[in-house]
Design a protein around this ligand. Structure first.
Ligand SMILES: Cc1cc2nc3c(=O)[nH]c(=O)nc-3n(C[C@H](O)[C@H](O)[C@H](O)COP(=O)(O)O)c2cc1C
Length: 158
């Protein structure tokens, strides 16, 4: 694919960051980290605690955690890969914030994720209302060892 591509990702504990870096290398894409204005602490990420920040955000449909900074030149990209850890079977709410921060209509968005074992589930259904007019493609889990060859083949198949 000779289109201008971006790999944008959020990673709370570094796993998705590694996958995003590998994907950007394989795709020849630029890399952008979606950084929360307030970083997530260990307590924030405690899924056993119903009152933790992540639990509260994921239970609140209106939650849109604030992103630090903004990309100036999003217009130049035709394909945007969006990566994140699976939280409660879907994408963290900050991904909705990201998608709602730009006009992605007419662009192709490809999701990818890492998790403790669950798949993409209905992740894209939850993201679609946040990127009206975009072509939102079926995402891919990038858990474990994924070779550069596999990633390249995936990117070329899109
Ligand atoms: C709040 C929270 C909820 C999670 N929910 C799930 C889940 O539903 N299914 C799953 O397999 N893993 C779940 N995980 C595990 C993460 O998806 C997994 O550790 C991921 O690779 C972390 O990526 P990161 O290091 O980029 O943040 C959850 C983790 C957190 C912090």
């Amino acid at each position: 694919m000779s289109k201008k591509m971006l790999v944008a990702y959020f990673s709370a504990s570094g796993v998705t960051a590694k996958a995003a870096w590998k994907l950007s290398e394989a795709a020849g894409a630029d890399l952008y980290e979606i950084k929360p204005e307030i970083p997530y602490s260990r307590e924030d990420l405690d899924w056993m605690d119903k009152k933790s920040r992540s639990s509260m955000e994921m239970n609140d449909p209106a939650s849109r955690p604030v992103i630090a900074g903004k990309m100036e030149d999003m217009e130049q990209y035709e394909v945007v890969f969006v990566g994140f850890p699976i939280w409660w079977y879907v994408a963290p709410k900050i991904i909705n914030t990201f998608l709602e921060s730009y006009d992605f209509s007419g662009k192709t968005i490809v999701t990818f994720a890492t998790s403790g074992g669950s798949g993409m589930g209905n992740t894209n259904d939850k993201l679609a209302p946040s990127c009206p007019g975009a072509i939102l493609l079926e995402g891919k889990m990038l858990n474990g060892v994924v070779t550069q060859a596999e990633l390249k083949a995936w990117v070329e198949s899109l």
